[in-house]
Design a protein around this ligand. Structure first.
Ligand code: UDP
Ligand code: MG
Length: 154
């Protein structure tokens, strides 16, 4: 099992899409291991987007991420990082495939509804940035026997 970080961005919160997006993850079979609303600030955004801090669009990106609270989620499943990135779609919503979250809900390269960790290593780092250890719950997933074959759900 793997756990990945998802942020429901202000573009999701303000458009009233929180429930719809969470529903997609639940229906796919991902387990919600942690979830909370947070107001982000420059300090956490400079770490979270360290690879983009020197880009000209960083101030606008940071502004868009501070525009309202976000919802942080820890999602667990077999290969959860890859599964959730696939569900998220290409960064620019205009070019994201229909059927992905961005391809179904976004017209923007910035206001693109969700963040999702892009590798197992960044998932570990990002989860520790947004969640205290006691905020991530390991609990029996009652449907696991119907979501996975016995040799898959390790
Ligand atoms: N972003 C932007 N302009 C760009 C590229 C990215 O505003 O030209 C924003 C966008 O919101 C994106 C975030 O920066 O989701 C992080 O960029 P990254 O390249 O990591 O894309 P992601 O992993 O979110 O698909
Ligand atoms: Mg990224």
């Amino acid at each position: 099992m793997e756990t990945t970080l998802v942020l429901l961005k202000p573009s999701c919160v303000q458009r009233g899409l929180i429930g719809e997006i969470i529903n997609r993850f639940e229906r796919r079979g991902l387990q919600i291991s942690g979830m909370k609303m947070m107001q982000l600030d420059d300090e956490i955004l400079r770490k979270h987007y360290a690879h983009l801090v020197n880009k000209p669009f960083f101030p606008a990106l940071a502004g868009s991420m501070k525009a309202s609270p976000i919802v942080a989620m820890a999602l667990t499943g077999v290969e959860a990082v890859t599964v959730v990135r696939g569900m998220t779609g290409f960064t620019n919503g205009r070019r994201a495939d229909p059927g992905t979250i961005r391809g179904d809900y976004s017209m923007s390269n910035q206001q693109n509804i969700v963040h999702a960790s892009d590798s197992p290593e960044s998932a570990v780092e990002e989860l520790s940035r947004f969640f205290a250890p006691e905020e991530i719950y390991q609990y029996n997933h009652a449907l696991a026997g119907y979501l996975y074959a016995t040799d898959e759900a390790l």
